[in-house]
Ligand binder design. Structure first.
Ligand code: DAK
Length: 259
């Protein structure tokens, strides 16, 4: 598939892929085609055995300023129902490999929701997070009311969703929305460093571990613990478990194959 609104590069040696949202003049506003392209890229990378960690980024000025308001302006509820963008968003959320958002500049509305769909967020000092949908007469629709509340707690989430106010990268870090804040010059480098650390681990264990952490969001403690236990047992069915433990005993670096 030829992409118009994203770019996608993979460094197979380091097992990392970089997907860049690329509508700079529109601050990477997420139109339908961009989201389709993103879905396609993530599915392709998820199925590529050489890829172990994916980074989604934008540019210094914007990760994404939200869904494309100009495209949505004249839509009716039935248009929205028929277009069923949720299918695309659901597929993106189902990416099995770890996904890191490298965020600089505006990260708003659907952009913030996309970043929160990722597994970890590295923010540049210039990043601004917000759910400003309320200011254009709607509300968050792709997880903003749920994921933001779980990440930052009710008080701040309610204020952001009801007033549309932006928070700085520093505030986002203090509230627990992002993993860390680094100078703008190095935010992508920092995301690559983190991706490298993840990519060095066993892909099997990484997949099971990601699944288990996400389970904590939609289950009670007992069910989550039970799920974790099953995935823990499953690790022992992998060659990577033997290799990892053997390498520890032999005092060498493990060579994980994802088997
Ligand atoms: N959509 C379309 N165009 C946008 C845009 C957006 N969200 N954000 C910015 N742009 C465009 C501007 O219109 C402008 O284009 P031209 O006028 O030059 O043609 C260009 O990008 C530069 O923007 P500004 O001139 O406004 O730049 P400033 O630095 O002055 O301001 C700003 C930056 C980010 C504060 C401002 O652009 C702004 O407020 N943008 C809108 C932010 C916003 O309200 N975001 C939430 C959108 S609603 C769903 C899933 C998700 C969603 C909905 C449904 N389903 C699964 C069903 C999500 C909804 C949303 O995100």
């Amino acid at each position: 598939m030829q992409y118009e609104f994203i770019t996608c590069e993979s460094a197979y040696q380091s097992h990392i892929a970089l997907v860049r949202l690329n509508r700079p003049k529109e601050l990477n506003a997420l139109n339908l085609q961009l989201m389709q392209e993103l879905k396609h890229a993530l599915q392709t990378l998820d199925n590529n055995e050489d890829v172990r960690c994916i980074i989604i980024t934008g540019n210094e000025k914007a990760f994404a300023a939200g869904a494309d308001i100009k495209q949505m302006e004249s839509r009716t509820a039935i248009d929205m129902l028929i277009i069923d963008q949720f299918e695309t968003w659901d597929q993106i959320r189902k990416t099995k490999k770890p996904v890191i958002a490298a965020v600089s500049g505006f990260c708003l509305g659907g952009g913030c929701e996309l970043a929160m769909t990722c597994d970890m967020i590295i923010a540049s000092e210039s990043a601004k997070f917000g759910q400003p949908e309320i200011k254009i007469g709607i509300m968050p629709g792709a997880g903003g009311t749920q994921r933001l509340t779980r990440a930052v707690g009710k008080a701040l989430a309610m204020e952001m969703v009801l007033t549309g106010k932006f928070i700085s990268a520093e505030e986002a870090w203090q509230a627990g929305l992002v993993n860390r804040v680094v100078p703008e010059e190095v935010y992508l480098e920092e995301a690559v460093k983190l991706a490298n650390e993840v990519a060095q681990q066993s892909p099997v264990a990484i997949r099971l571990a990601k699944e288990s952490v996400l389970k904590a969001f939609d289950s009670g403690l007992q069910e989550g613990l039970y799920f974790e236990r099953k995935n823990f047992y499953m690790c022992f069915a992998s060659e990577d478990q033997k290799e990892g433990m053997n390498a520890f005993v032999e005092k060498r670096k493990p060579n994980f194959k994802g088997k």
